[in-house]
Write a protein that binds this ligand. Structure first.
Ligand SMILES: *Cc1c(COP(=O)(O)O)cnc(C)c1O
Length: 378
Protein backbone atom coordinates (compact mmCIF):
# COMPACT_ATOMS: atom_id res chain seq x y z
CA UNK A 1 0.00 0.00 0.00
CA UNK A 2 1.44 3.34 -1.05
CA UNK A 3 1.79 5.83 1.81
CA UNK A 4 0.06 9.17 1.42
CA UNK A 5 2.38 12.02 2.48
CA UNK A 6 1.06 14.88 4.58
CA UNK A 7 2.77 17.64 2.59
CA UNK A 8 5.11 18.24 -0.32
CA UNK A 9 5.81 20.51 -3.29
CA UNK A 10 4.91 20.64 -6.97
CA UNK A 11 8.09 20.97 -9.05
CA UNK A 12 8.03 21.30 -12.84
CA UNK A 13 10.55 21.73 -15.67
CA UNK A 14 10.42 25.50 -15.09
CA UNK A 15 11.87 25.18 -11.57
CA UNK A 16 14.61 22.87 -12.82
CA UNK A 17 15.49 25.22 -15.69
CA UNK A 18 15.70 28.30 -13.44
CA UNK A 19 17.82 26.55 -10.78
CA UNK A 20 20.09 25.21 -13.52
CA UNK A 21 20.51 28.74 -14.83
CA UNK A 22 21.34 30.01 -11.34
CA UNK A 23 23.95 27.39 -10.62
CA UNK A 24 25.45 27.90 -14.08
CA UNK A 25 25.37 31.67 -14.45
CA UNK A 26 24.59 33.45 -11.17
CA UNK A 27 28.18 34.18 -10.21
CA UNK A 28 30.57 37.12 -10.63
CA UNK A 29 28.63 40.17 -11.83
CA UNK A 30 25.38 38.15 -11.96
CA UNK A 31 25.47 36.91 -8.36
CA UNK A 32 22.35 38.85 -7.38
CA UNK A 33 20.17 38.70 -10.48
CA UNK A 34 17.89 35.92 -9.20
CA UNK A 35 17.44 37.58 -5.80
CA UNK A 36 16.45 40.83 -7.50
CA UNK A 37 13.98 39.09 -9.76
CA UNK A 38 12.46 37.03 -6.94
CA UNK A 39 12.17 39.96 -4.54
CA UNK A 40 10.67 42.31 -7.14
CA UNK A 41 8.04 39.85 -8.31
CA UNK A 42 7.26 38.80 -4.73
CA UNK A 43 6.65 42.40 -3.63
CA UNK A 44 4.37 42.87 -6.65
CA UNK A 45 2.47 39.69 -5.85
CA UNK A 46 1.81 40.67 -2.22
CA UNK A 47 1.16 44.32 -3.14
CA UNK A 48 3.89 45.90 -1.01
CA UNK A 49 6.88 48.14 -1.67
CA UNK A 50 9.76 45.93 -0.52
CA UNK A 51 10.57 42.23 -0.24
CA UNK A 52 13.81 40.82 1.20
CA UNK A 53 14.74 37.17 0.60
CA UNK A 54 16.05 35.37 3.68
CA UNK A 55 17.20 31.86 4.62
CA UNK A 56 13.94 31.10 6.47
CA UNK A 57 10.86 32.69 7.96
CA UNK A 58 12.31 32.38 11.45
CA UNK A 59 15.00 34.88 10.37
CA UNK A 60 12.28 37.16 8.98
CA UNK A 61 10.52 37.27 12.35
CA UNK A 62 13.83 37.75 14.18
CA UNK A 63 14.80 40.66 11.92
CA UNK A 64 11.31 42.18 12.17
CA UNK A 65 11.57 42.28 15.96
CA UNK A 66 15.10 43.72 15.83
CA UNK A 67 14.16 46.36 13.25
CA UNK A 68 11.17 47.38 15.40
CA UNK A 69 13.51 47.72 18.41
CA UNK A 70 11.84 45.00 20.43
CA UNK A 71 14.06 43.78 23.22
CA UNK A 72 14.52 43.14 26.91
CA UNK A 73 11.62 44.42 29.02
CA UNK A 74 9.16 44.37 26.10
CA UNK A 75 6.24 41.99 25.68
CA UNK A 76 5.13 40.46 22.38
CA UNK A 77 1.75 38.79 21.92
CA UNK A 78 1.34 35.63 19.81
CA UNK A 79 -1.60 33.28 19.34
CA UNK A 80 -1.17 30.21 21.54
CA UNK A 81 -1.75 27.73 18.68
CA UNK A 82 0.97 28.13 16.06
CA UNK A 83 4.31 26.66 15.03
CA UNK A 84 6.98 27.56 17.60
CA UNK A 85 8.87 29.55 14.91
CA UNK A 86 6.24 32.31 15.29
CA UNK A 87 7.36 32.82 18.89
CA UNK A 88 10.96 31.61 19.29
CA UNK A 89 12.52 34.85 17.96
CA UNK A 90 10.80 36.78 20.79
CA UNK A 91 13.10 34.87 23.12
CA UNK A 92 16.12 35.49 20.84
CA UNK A 93 15.74 39.26 21.35
CA UNK A 94 15.24 38.94 25.11
CA UNK A 95 11.57 39.98 25.12
CA UNK A 96 8.70 38.22 26.93
CA UNK A 97 6.26 35.99 25.02
CA UNK A 98 2.58 36.46 25.86
CA UNK A 99 0.20 33.76 24.60
CA UNK A 100 -3.28 34.94 23.55
CA UNK A 101 -6.24 32.73 22.66
CA UNK A 102 -7.47 31.84 19.18
CA UNK A 103 -10.85 32.37 17.56
CA UNK A 104 -12.95 29.18 17.53
CA UNK A 105 -13.79 29.49 13.83
CA UNK A 106 -10.74 30.95 12.10
CA UNK A 107 -8.28 29.32 14.58
CA UNK A 108 -6.31 32.59 14.29
CA UNK A 109 -5.56 35.22 16.95
CA UNK A 110 -8.74 36.39 18.68
CA UNK A 111 -9.00 40.20 18.80
CA UNK A 112 -10.61 40.30 22.26
CA UNK A 113 -8.02 37.98 23.77
CA UNK A 114 -5.28 40.06 22.09
CA UNK A 115 -6.63 43.24 23.68
CA UNK A 116 -6.98 41.57 27.09
CA UNK A 117 -3.28 40.59 26.97
CA UNK A 118 -2.03 44.14 26.36
CA UNK A 119 0.02 45.86 29.08
CA UNK A 120 2.11 49.06 29.03
CA UNK A 121 5.07 46.85 28.05
CA UNK A 122 3.42 45.37 24.92
CA UNK A 123 5.48 46.40 21.90
CA UNK A 124 4.40 44.07 19.11
CA UNK A 125 1.87 41.42 18.13
CA UNK A 126 2.43 38.52 15.72
CA UNK A 127 -0.92 37.37 14.30
CA UNK A 128 -0.64 34.10 12.38
CA UNK A 129 -2.64 33.19 9.26
CA UNK A 130 -3.09 29.63 10.47
CA UNK A 131 -3.26 26.87 7.86
CA UNK A 132 -3.92 29.52 5.20
CA UNK A 133 -6.84 31.25 6.91
CA UNK A 134 -7.03 34.94 7.81
CA UNK A 135 -7.89 36.41 11.22
CA UNK A 136 -10.33 39.30 11.61
CA UNK A 137 -7.68 41.76 10.43
CA UNK A 138 -9.85 44.87 10.79
CA UNK A 139 -10.43 44.08 14.46
CA UNK A 140 -6.78 43.21 15.13
CA UNK A 141 -5.51 46.31 13.36
CA UNK A 142 -7.95 48.54 15.22
CA UNK A 143 -6.80 47.20 18.61
CA UNK A 144 -3.12 47.48 17.62
CA UNK A 145 -3.57 51.03 16.36
CA UNK A 146 -5.41 52.15 19.49
CA UNK A 147 -2.61 50.85 21.72
CA UNK A 148 0.33 51.83 19.47
CA UNK A 149 1.43 48.21 18.93
CA UNK A 150 3.38 47.11 15.84
CA UNK A 151 2.04 44.19 13.82
CA UNK A 152 4.34 41.50 12.42
CA UNK A 153 2.04 39.42 10.21
CA UNK A 154 3.10 35.76 10.17
CA UNK A 155 1.95 34.82 6.68
CA UNK A 156 4.22 31.73 6.52
CA UNK A 157 1.28 29.44 5.76
CA UNK A 158 -0.80 31.84 3.71
CA UNK A 159 0.72 32.82 0.38
CA UNK A 160 -2.21 33.62 -1.91
CA UNK A 161 -4.72 34.16 0.92
CA UNK A 162 -6.73 37.37 0.95
CA UNK A 163 -8.74 39.50 3.35
CA UNK A 164 -11.20 41.96 1.76
CA UNK A 165 -9.29 41.76 -1.52
CA UNK A 166 -5.90 42.47 0.07
CA UNK A 167 -3.15 39.84 0.01
CA UNK A 168 -1.86 38.07 3.12
CA UNK A 169 1.41 39.51 4.36
CA UNK A 170 0.54 43.14 3.61
CA UNK A 171 -1.30 44.03 6.83
CA UNK A 172 1.49 44.79 9.30
CA UNK A 173 4.65 46.86 9.71
CA UNK A 174 6.22 43.74 8.29
CA UNK A 175 4.87 40.49 6.84
CA UNK A 176 6.83 37.24 6.85
CA UNK A 177 6.68 34.15 4.63
CA UNK A 178 8.22 30.67 4.73
CA UNK A 179 9.34 28.63 1.74
CA UNK A 180 10.09 25.48 3.72
CA UNK A 181 9.57 22.27 1.74
CA UNK A 182 6.16 21.73 3.32
CA UNK A 183 4.81 25.15 2.36
CA UNK A 184 2.61 26.03 -0.64
CA UNK A 185 5.47 27.84 -2.40
CA UNK A 186 8.88 26.36 -1.64
CA UNK A 187 12.57 27.05 -2.12
CA UNK A 188 13.58 24.00 -0.05
CA UNK A 189 14.36 26.26 2.87
CA UNK A 190 13.75 29.97 2.61
CA UNK A 191 11.79 32.98 3.74
CA UNK A 192 10.78 36.52 2.83
CA UNK A 193 10.22 39.71 4.78
CA UNK A 194 7.92 42.28 3.18
CA UNK A 195 7.27 45.87 4.22
CA UNK A 196 6.07 49.20 2.90
CA UNK A 197 8.42 51.10 5.21
CA UNK A 198 11.74 52.32 3.81
CA UNK A 199 13.26 52.65 7.29
CA UNK A 200 12.47 49.02 8.19
CA UNK A 201 13.82 47.80 4.87
CA UNK A 202 17.11 49.68 5.38
CA UNK A 203 17.49 48.40 8.94
CA UNK A 204 16.73 44.78 7.93
CA UNK A 205 19.27 44.90 5.06
CA UNK A 206 21.87 46.23 7.49
CA UNK A 207 21.13 43.69 10.24
CA UNK A 208 21.02 40.69 7.95
CA UNK A 209 24.55 41.27 6.63
CA UNK A 210 26.71 41.57 9.74
CA UNK A 211 25.91 45.18 10.47
CA UNK A 212 26.97 46.84 7.27
CA UNK A 213 24.97 48.69 4.62
CA UNK A 214 24.26 46.98 1.27
CA UNK A 215 27.13 47.46 -1.16
CA UNK A 216 29.74 47.98 1.57
CA UNK A 217 33.10 46.92 0.15
CA UNK A 218 35.35 48.17 2.91
CA UNK A 219 34.30 45.65 5.58
CA UNK A 220 33.52 48.45 7.97
CA UNK A 221 30.98 46.84 10.30
CA UNK A 222 29.33 49.33 12.63
CA UNK A 223 27.34 46.86 14.74
CA UNK A 224 27.57 43.17 15.61
CA UNK A 225 24.60 41.70 13.76
CA UNK A 226 23.54 38.60 11.82
CA UNK A 227 24.10 36.72 8.59
CA UNK A 228 20.76 35.87 7.03
CA UNK A 229 20.95 35.46 3.26
CA UNK A 230 19.30 33.25 0.68
CA UNK A 231 21.31 31.58 -2.11
CA UNK A 232 20.68 32.35 -5.80
CA UNK A 233 19.69 28.72 -6.42
CA UNK A 234 16.90 29.15 -3.88
CA UNK A 235 15.91 32.52 -5.35
CA UNK A 236 15.70 30.93 -8.81
CA UNK A 237 13.52 28.11 -7.47
CA UNK A 238 11.32 30.67 -5.73
CA UNK A 239 10.98 32.74 -8.90
CA UNK A 240 9.74 29.71 -10.84
CA UNK A 241 7.30 28.78 -8.06
CA UNK A 242 6.03 32.36 -7.85
CA UNK A 243 5.30 32.42 -11.58
CA UNK A 244 3.08 29.40 -10.86
CA UNK A 245 1.58 30.68 -7.61
CA UNK A 246 -1.98 30.90 -8.95
CA UNK A 247 -1.71 27.28 -10.05
CA UNK A 248 -0.32 26.22 -6.65
CA UNK A 249 -3.03 28.03 -4.68
CA UNK A 250 -5.76 26.80 -7.01
CA UNK A 251 -4.58 23.22 -6.43
CA UNK A 252 -4.63 23.74 -2.64
CA UNK A 253 -8.19 25.03 -2.88
CA UNK A 254 -9.12 22.13 -5.12
CA UNK A 255 -7.71 19.63 -2.60
CA UNK A 256 -9.79 21.28 0.12
CA UNK A 257 -12.90 21.09 -2.07
CA UNK A 258 -12.29 17.34 -2.61
CA UNK A 259 -12.17 16.76 1.15
CA UNK A 260 -15.18 18.98 1.76
CA UNK A 261 -17.16 16.93 -0.75
CA UNK A 262 -15.98 13.59 0.65
CA UNK A 263 -16.61 14.51 4.29
CA UNK A 264 -19.68 16.75 3.88
CA UNK A 265 -22.17 14.47 5.62
CA UNK A 266 -19.82 13.25 8.34
CA UNK A 267 -21.14 14.48 11.71
CA UNK A 268 -18.72 15.73 14.36
CA UNK A 269 -16.01 16.76 11.88
CA UNK A 270 -15.25 20.43 11.27
CA UNK A 271 -12.93 21.50 8.45
CA UNK A 272 -11.17 24.85 7.87
CA UNK A 273 -13.42 27.90 7.87
CA UNK A 274 -13.54 30.57 5.19
CA UNK A 275 -15.26 33.72 6.39
CA UNK A 276 -17.09 35.95 3.88
CA UNK A 277 -14.66 38.46 2.40
CA UNK A 278 -11.64 36.21 2.90
CA UNK A 279 -9.85 33.79 0.63
CA UNK A 280 -8.35 30.81 2.45
CA UNK A 281 -5.41 29.25 0.59
CA UNK A 282 -5.83 26.03 2.65
CA UNK A 283 -2.17 25.27 3.22
CA UNK A 284 -3.24 22.29 5.32
CA UNK A 285 -6.69 20.76 5.25
CA UNK A 286 -7.51 20.38 8.93
CA UNK A 287 -10.19 18.34 10.67
CA UNK A 288 -11.37 18.99 14.22
CA UNK A 289 -13.33 16.14 15.79
CA UNK A 290 -16.12 16.75 18.24
CA UNK A 291 -14.93 15.99 21.75
CA UNK A 292 -17.92 13.63 22.14
CA UNK A 293 -16.38 11.21 19.64
CA UNK A 294 -13.73 10.55 22.25
CA UNK A 295 -10.74 10.40 19.91
CA UNK A 296 -7.74 12.57 20.64
CA UNK A 297 -5.41 13.65 17.84
CA UNK A 298 -2.51 11.37 18.82
CA UNK A 299 -4.73 8.26 18.71
CA UNK A 300 -6.37 9.38 15.47
CA UNK A 301 -2.94 9.85 13.88
CA UNK A 302 -1.95 6.30 14.95
CA UNK A 303 -5.08 4.81 13.45
CA UNK A 304 -4.62 6.64 10.13
CA UNK A 305 -0.90 5.84 10.13
CA UNK A 306 -1.84 2.15 10.21
CA UNK A 307 -3.76 2.82 6.96
CA UNK A 308 -0.67 4.36 5.36
CA UNK A 309 -1.86 7.93 5.85
CA UNK A 310 0.49 10.59 7.21
CA UNK A 311 -1.12 13.33 9.28
CA UNK A 312 0.09 16.03 11.64
CA UNK A 313 -1.31 17.11 14.98
CA UNK A 314 -3.05 20.49 15.18
CA UNK A 315 -0.44 22.74 16.79
CA UNK A 316 -0.30 22.17 20.54
CA UNK A 317 -0.82 25.36 22.53
CA UNK A 318 2.72 26.78 22.85
CA UNK A 319 1.95 27.36 26.53
CA UNK A 320 1.57 23.59 26.96
CA UNK A 321 5.01 22.73 25.54
CA UNK A 322 8.02 21.72 27.66
CA UNK A 323 9.91 24.52 25.88
CA UNK A 324 7.83 27.06 27.84
CA UNK A 325 7.51 25.13 31.13
CA UNK A 326 9.52 27.79 32.93
CA UNK A 327 7.47 30.71 31.59
CA UNK A 328 5.09 32.45 34.04
CA UNK A 329 3.18 33.77 30.98
CA UNK A 330 2.61 30.19 29.81
CA UNK A 331 1.20 29.27 33.22
CA UNK A 332 -1.31 32.14 32.93
CA UNK A 333 -2.16 31.10 29.36
CA UNK A 334 -2.88 27.50 30.36
CA UNK A 335 -5.84 28.59 32.45
CA UNK A 336 -6.93 31.50 30.23
CA UNK A 337 -6.85 30.17 26.64
CA UNK A 338 -9.90 27.92 26.76
CA UNK A 339 -10.47 27.86 22.99
CA UNK A 340 -6.90 26.77 22.22
CA UNK A 341 -7.12 24.02 24.83
CA UNK A 342 -10.57 22.88 23.63
CA UNK A 343 -9.67 22.62 19.92
CA UNK A 344 -6.04 21.54 19.78
CA UNK A 345 -6.42 18.04 21.36
CA UNK A 346 -8.95 17.02 18.70
CA UNK A 347 -7.42 18.46 15.52
CA UNK A 348 -5.30 16.90 12.80
CA UNK A 349 -3.92 18.10 9.48
CA UNK A 350 -4.95 15.71 6.72
CA UNK A 351 -2.65 14.96 3.76
CA UNK A 352 -2.45 18.19 1.74
CA UNK A 353 0.58 17.65 -0.49
CA UNK A 354 0.43 19.33 -3.89
CA UNK A 355 0.84 15.97 -5.67
CA UNK A 356 -2.21 14.50 -3.93
CA UNK A 357 -4.78 12.88 -6.24
CA UNK A 358 -8.58 12.83 -6.04
CA UNK A 359 -8.32 9.06 -5.50
CA UNK A 360 -5.98 9.47 -2.53
CA UNK A 361 -8.35 11.98 -0.94
CA UNK A 362 -11.12 9.39 -1.30
CA UNK A 363 -8.89 6.82 0.40
CA UNK A 364 -8.25 9.20 3.33
CA UNK A 365 -11.98 9.91 3.64
CA UNK A 366 -12.85 6.20 3.63
CA UNK A 367 -10.23 5.53 6.32
CA UNK A 368 -11.42 8.47 8.43
CA UNK A 369 -15.05 7.31 8.21
CA UNK A 370 -14.06 3.79 9.26
CA UNK A 371 -12.01 5.04 12.20
CA UNK A 372 -14.84 7.29 13.39
CA UNK A 373 -17.46 4.56 12.98
CA UNK A 374 -15.36 2.25 15.16
CA UNK A 375 -14.84 4.95 17.78
CA UNK A 376 -18.44 6.13 18.11
CA UNK A 377 -20.33 4.74 21.05
CA UNK A 378 -23.08 2.41 19.69
C1 LIG B 1 6.69 27.25 8.72
C2 LIG B 1 6.31 28.35 9.67
C3 LIG B 1 7.24 29.26 10.17
C4 LIG B 1 8.72 29.12 10.03
O1 LIG B 1 9.20 29.00 8.80
P1 LIG B 1 10.74 28.59 8.56
O2 LIG B 1 10.95 28.98 7.15
O3 LIG B 1 10.82 27.12 8.81
O4 LIG B 1 11.57 29.36 9.51
C5 LIG B 1 6.79 30.34 10.93
N1 LIG B 1 5.49 30.48 11.25
C6 LIG B 1 4.57 29.59 10.82
C7 LIG B 1 3.15 29.83 11.18
C8 LIG B 1 4.95 28.50 10.05
O5 LIG B 1 4.04 27.60 9.66
Amino acid sequence: MERIPVSGPWITAREIAYVTDAVTNAWYGNANVWHERFEKSFAEHVGVKHAIALPHCTAAIHLSLLALNVGSGDEVIVPDCTWIASAAPITYVGATTVFADIDPRTWCLDARSFEACITPRTKAVIPVNLYGNMPDMDALREVARRHGIAIIEDAAESIGSEYKGQRAGSFGATGVFSFHGSKTLTTGEGGMLVTNRDDLRARVLFLRDHGRPPGDRLFHNTEVAYKYKMSSMQAALGTAQLERVEELVTRKREIFAWYAEELADLPGVTLNHEAPGTKNSYWMVTAILAESIGLRKERLMELLDAEGIDCRPFFHPLSSLPAYSGSPQAAVARSRNSVSYAISPFGINLPSALNLTREQVRRVAVALRAVLAAARPA
